[in-house]
Design a protein around this ligand. Structure first.
Ligand code: SF4
Length: 442
């Protein structure tokens, strides 16, 4: 077992269907469709029928690749993939620990990730030449990252570089493409995660830089608040869902105009995560009034984070679940599959866990949802990818190379030339290595 987080200890429950959200057949690439057809034809898709079917494909692949194969999954995975990946000896972690896997395990040559594209790409950026990274479903993207594609961010970053020159430094949240991580590296900046964003931003501030924080405006704002920065000196760029690419930074597009931009200490790209922005301060107050302890992820809006008892990364939230004393009551504001797994982990120790948005009062009108794009990694994708890899027939669509720009609707990739990729890796690696040094340094 690679050294990431300790195993979650979550077990598949007999008689309970494994995959809650079956994808329609046309969601599978042509090569994967036969596996999906077999899977959907299983009588009930409980562990009793799914596990022997999965074993038929996963075990021969494990035997074929031996110790060189590494399976990875993120905590947010739905459809019980977390439990399945652990069952086959793989590692489950947050995005920071996942990114380090190739570099920390040079003996692993074939790395297969059940997660979204930016996570697999971060592994690929830090991988050695003899390590291959594959994703089980190339259509699994992150909506926050999809609102910060390079063709959207680069024209704005160009204008900022023109205006501020070397004063500008880009901090790229892990939920970005390799192309944006490369931009961070080229401007002297670094990558950050939700667990170390405060350290990375503090490091950038110590250099008296003007920071462009991409892509999550909420994590950027919460980080500024945590560091005691003057929030008046933050500028949030327009909502990319409405403005897309190609706007000019002027008094018409920037709230407060270019004067505010010039005075800003940090400029926030306008992206966000739909899963975390449904949370409201009223939800937090509802649970607090009833003596529940409320913990949220910092991709939530500022007023939610301020009202909660605590906030932190998925690792922080998972530790809080594991360490909660018996009889305690926790409300968690983050992705729905994570909360469901937390409920299962807490139940065995008498810890009650609720999802922040699952307020039992119709007036609130929202419910806790899972990350729909992550859930696109399901058992047929895992079985099919491993089987095709063993047979040497895995479609190139599933291969993850640094700099690939993915069209999440089709899974197709716009791939850089080798020379372009080498340049990108140089800068992107630097931005990740700076994060590691800032996080793990003295
Ligand atoms: S939960 Fe939100 S930020 Fe995380 S991968 Fe899904 S869409 Fe992206």
């Amino acid at each position: 077992m690679p050294s990431t987080a300790p195993p979650t200890g979550l077990a598949l429950e007999p008689g309970i269907p494994i995959c809650q959200t079956d994808l329609p057949l046309d969601w599978y690439s042509e090569a994967l469709r036969p596996y999906a057809e077999e899977y959907l034809a299983l009588p009930d898709r409980t562990p009793e029928s799914v596990l022997p079917w999965l074993d038929r494909y996963v075990l021969p692949a494990q035997e074929h690749f031996g110790d060189t194969l590494l399976l990875l999954a993120h905590f947010y995975m739905g459809g019980e993939i977390v439990k399945l990946v652990e069952r086959y000896g793989g590692a489950v972690a947050d995005s920071y620990a996942l990114a380090l896997q190739a570099a920390r395990h040079p003996e692993k040559r074939v790395i297969v990730e059940s997660a979204v594209h930016f996570m697999a790409e971060a592994v690929a950026i830090l991988a050695a030449d003899d390590q291959q990274v594959w994703i089980t479903n190339p259509k699994a993207g992150c909506t926050m990252e999809m609102l910060a594609k390079d063709h959207m961010v680069f024209p704005v970053a160009d204008q900022l570089e023109e205006r501020y020159g070397d004063e500008l430094l880009v901090v790229a949240y892990m939920n970005t493409s390799g192309r944006l991580k490369s931009l961070a590296g080229r401007t002297g900046g670094a990558v950050c995660t939700s667990s170390n964003a405060h350290k990375v931003v503090a490091w950038a501030r110590a250099q008296n830089k003007k920071i462009l924080f991409v892509p999550d405006q909420h994590l950027g704002r919460n980080t500024a608040d945590k560091l005691g920065m003057d929030l008046e000196r933050l500028v949030t760029l327009p909502d990319p869902a409405r403005h897309g690419a190609g706007y000019t930074l002027d008094d018409g597009t920037i709230e407060g105009g270019t004067d505010a931009l010039d005075a800003a200490e940090m400029i926030l790209w306008g992206s966000y995560c739909g899963v975390h922005t449904v949370f409201t301060e009223a939800m937090v107050e509802y649970w607090k009034e009833r003596d529940w302890r409320v913990l949220v992820h910092p991709e939530s809006p500022l007023e939610v984070v301020r009202a909660a008892h605590g906030s932190g990364s998925t690792h922080y939230l998972w530790q809080a679940v594991l360490q909660a004393p018996a009889g305690s009551r926790l409300v968690i504001g983050t992705e729905g599959h994570f909360v469901r797994n937390a409920q299962a982990a807490g139940a065995s120790r008498g810890v009650q866990i609720m999802h922040l948005a699952d307020v039992p009062d119709e007036g609130f009108g929202a419910s806790g949802c899972g990350c729909a794009t992550m859930s696109r990694n399901d058992p047929p994708h895992l079985a099919g990818t491993l089987d095709l890899l063993r047979r040497g027939e895995a479609p190139d669509l599933h291969r993850v190379l640094p700099g690939d720009s993915v069209d999440e609707a089709s899974g197709a990739r716009d791939r850089l030339s080798e020379a372009e990729r080498a340049e990108l890796v140089g800068h992107a690696k630097l931005s990740l290595e700076r994060m590691i040094a800032i996080t793990e340094g003295p």
